[in-house]
Design a protein around this ligand. Structure first.
Ligand code: CAA
Length: 258
């Protein structure tokens, strides 16, 4: 499929998806969402890809859902088409780790997209927020839930109710961003993190991600039980044998996803 709104490149075990609608600061329109859905499904099935990077341009990671496209839609249209619902579900439950590399703006659906990823790196000065209230709506891609879990009730309330942005530096101090890097270096930094992740065993990566996400969704006791089951399950993999053997033999492990 020829992509108009995104670009895809792969290097080693890392696939980089770049949002590419510069004329709209990478706003998520239906076309971009269907191209992303198609590429994410394809990469999920590709065993040679172990970690993904999602990025945009230096000017904008993503300025949210496309307001031009949504402007004419009624509540009935939104309910009937389940606006972006399948997409948010898919990104939220994606089986491989995704590193989000932000710069410029990460607003509305753009921030929600980043928060559905697993590690968030941002260039200095990136403007981060949920400005939906400014256009009469509320976040619709999980923002009220994920932002609250990430920064706590009071900061989430302030951001969502006032619609004002915070900087990457503030987001970092709130635990919403892992690391802030100089402008222009967000992708390079993401590649380093992604390469480290991609060197690990894919089965362990998948289950670690699943277990951490479960911590967000359940009581601690249920989460710990779930984690224990997945932990024991990993002892049935050859990658665990290889990983432990390599450690004891003081060499690099060769994980095969078995
Ligand atoms: N949808 C559609 N087009 C957008 C857009 C969006 N979310 N954000 C920016 N654009 C377009 C602008 O309309 C403009 O296009 P034209 O040149 O054709 O007029 C172009 O991108 C450049 O934008 P600006 O001229 O506004 O650039 P700026 O530097 O002055 O401002 C900005 C940048 C502060 C990000 C501003 O564009 C802005 O506020 N954008 C909207 C942000 C927003 O409200 N996002 C939430 C969307 S709703 C949502 O995401 C719902 C959800 O939860 C799923």
């Amino acid at each position: 499929m020829d992509h108009q709104t995104i670009a895809l490149s792969t290097e080693g075990g890392v696939a980089t998806i770049t949002l590419n609608r510069p004329e709209a600061l990478n706003a998520l329109n239906q076309r971009m969402v269907s191209e992303l859905t198609e590429v994410l499904s394809m990469l999920a099935k590709n065993d040679s890809v172990r970690c993904l990077i999602l990025t945009g341009s230096e000017k904008a990671f993503c300025a949210g859902a496309d307001i031009r496209e949504m402007a004419g839609q009624s509540a009935v249209d939104m309910i009937r088409t389940e606006h972006l619902h399948t997409f948010w579900e898919m990104v939220g439950r994606y089986p491989k780790p995704i590193v989000a590399a932000l710069s410029g703006y990460a607003l509305g659906g753009g921030l929600e997209l980043a928060m559905s990823c697993d590690i968030i790196l941002a260039a200095e000065g990136t403007k981060i927020g949920q400005p939906e209230i400014n256009i009469g709506i509320i976040p619709g891609g999980g923002g009220t839930q994920r932002l609250t879990r990430a920064v706590g009730k009071y900061k989430a309330m302030e951001m969502i109710l006032t619609g004002s942005n915070i900087t990457a530096e503030e987001a970092r101090s709130l635990g919403l961003v892992n690391r802030v890097v100089p402008v222009g270096q967000h992708l390079e930094e993401a590649k380093k993190v992604a390469a480290t992740i991609a060197s690990k065993g894919p089965v362990a990566l998948k289950l670690a991600k699943q277990a951490i996400n479960r911590a967000q969704e359940s009581a601690l006791s249920e989460g710990l039980e779930y984690e224990r089951e997945l932990f024991y399950l990993l002892f049935a993999t050859k990658d665990k044998d290889e990983g432990m053997k390599a450690f004891l033999e003081k060499r690099r492990p060769e994980f095969k996803g078995e």
